[in-house]
Design a protein around this ligand. Structure first.
Ligand SMILES: *Cc1c(COP(=O)(O)O)cnc(C)c1O
Ligand SMILES: [Zn+2]
Length: 413
């Protein structure tokens, strides 16, 4: 039996033909409904161990997947007795082999597979960097055409572990929002399919495997979940994974509390949630956005249009789980990241360093008790180790003369 999709607004379920929204036009995040209520772990080397709860029929082979391990040294520094690390990146000493070094690769694998199964076409991806790198890597292995739109500032992050294939890379002036605008226009062309971001169930359930892997390794749903967030999609995914684990029956009955962090001074989600407001009001929650975004070290956490208000989105996740949001300075993130690297031997992505600092803040404020079971999502890292193993290759942008006329017209590149 195949999985179905359910609209959170009208409650209708229907077969998956690659939809990103309810056929009746309702505004809400569709959710995948899997026939297997109990999770059976498959004999696969990476993410597709959890294919029962991924919206795909076929399973490509990859070593890329999340790993979970218990922290001893970092935990001691933080003052916790039961701290677990969910890690996606490259760290051979932890059996972690994700060459693009972030959990965006967990989104890319099932998204590309679902795209192939539900109609094909060229997948269009707008990215600040990490998502683009992940899709560039997977496009080559999966023989799937991908068109990436990236702000010039993010270009240096677009590399692959082997020369890129099937990838067209377009660089645009401006920030992530400008890349999204260009990608949206290109998607008006026939044959160009938007990957959909948080609206794509494959992206969310791919990220959700971090939480599944943790619960399976620990033996239960953790009490607390800590992550650095830009769109909040990873946190929505953790909530949805926890709901499935509760329905499974073997992992406990309680949702985790969410402790989510953004990088000061750009903290729209922190600001809106602290006011317990479902709407983000730009003047209040992200004043001087452009300047604030430029001042942030972890710029993958700077999303101006996060899926926060939408039914099934981050406001609902925080409301269901209970939770706390943290604004973290560059300095606090940097020192927490160094502490993590010194104790665990993995260089965290700047966004994961923000999560490390949030964990310290949560313990400090008494939001997390010292014996609680805590999952810290280290959403990316291992860049140093990957460079020892691979000769990474930058993906080349197409020259203006090579941009197909139809795209040129749409994108103003
Ligand atoms: C994208 C990203 C995040 C933020 O994830 P969201 O789902 O957008 O909130 C955190 N860490 C890393 C390394 C990322 O690439
Ligand atoms: Zn609907």
């Amino acid at each position: 039996m195949n999985h179905l999709l359910r609209c959170p607004v009208c409650g209708e379920t229907f077969p998956d033909h690659g939809e990103l929204a309810c056929p009746d036009g309702h505004h809400g995040l569709l959710r995948a409904i899997y026939p297997e209520k109990q999770l059976t772990i498959r004999d696969e080397p990476g993410i597709f161990r959890y294919a029962d709860w991924l919206p795909v029929q076929q399973v490509p082979r990859t070593q890329s997947g999340p790993v979970t391990f218990r922290s001893l040294e970092f935990a001691k520094e933080v003052g916790l007795s039961n701290l677990w690390i969910g890690f996606t990146g490259y760290a051979p000493h932890r059996s972690a082999f994700v060459p693009t070094c972030s959990f965006k690769e967990l989104e890319a694998w099932p998204t590309v597979q679902r795209q192939k199964e539900t109609g094909g076409g060229t997948l269009v991806v707008a990215s600040a960097g990490n998502t683009g790198r992940a899709f560039a890597e997977v496009a080559g292995t999966m023989n799937q055409q991908v068109l990436l739109v990236v702000p010039k500032r993010g270009l240096e992050r677009i590399w692959t572990s082997a020369p890129a294939e099937n990838v067209t890379l377009i660089a645009v002036d401006g920030d992530y929002s400008d890349a999204i605008a260009v990608a949206d226009r290109i998607c008006e062309l026939p044959g160009y399919i938007p990957e959909g971001g948080a609206k794509n169930v494959a992206r969310r359930d791919g990220m959700g495997t971090v939480f599944l892997d943790a619960a399976v390794t620990i033996g239960s749903i953790p009490d607390h979940y800590v992550q650095g967030v830009g769109s909040g999609t990873g946190a929505i995914a953790a909530w949805e994974a926890a709901l499935r684990l509760i329905a499974d029956g073997r992992f406990g009955e309680r949702l985790p509390r969410l402790h989510l962090a953004q990088n000061l001074p750009f903290i729209p989600l922190v600001s809106a949630w602290q006011a317990r407001r479902r709407e983000i009001i730009p003047e209040i929650d992200m004043p001087h956005a452009e300047e604030a975004i430029r001042a942030v070290n972890a710029d993958v956490l700077t999303n101006r249009k996060p899926p926060y208000t939408v039914p099934g989105g981050l406001f609902d996740a925080l409301s269901a789980c209970g939770g706390q949001m943290y604004g973290i300075t560059n300095a606090a993130a940097e020192s927490a990241g160094l502490l993590f690297e010194k104790t665990e031997g993995i260089d965290p992505d700047p966004a994961a360093a923000v999560a490390c600092a949030a964990l310290l803040a949560a313990v400090d404020r008494g939001e997390i008790g010292e014996d609680a079971c805590v999952l810290l999502n280290i959403t990316g890292g291992g860049y140093k180790a990957v460079l020892e193993k691979y000769q990474v290759v930058p993906v080349e942008t197409i020259r203006p003369g090579e941009v197909p006329a139809c795209i040129l017209e749409k994108s103003h590149v």
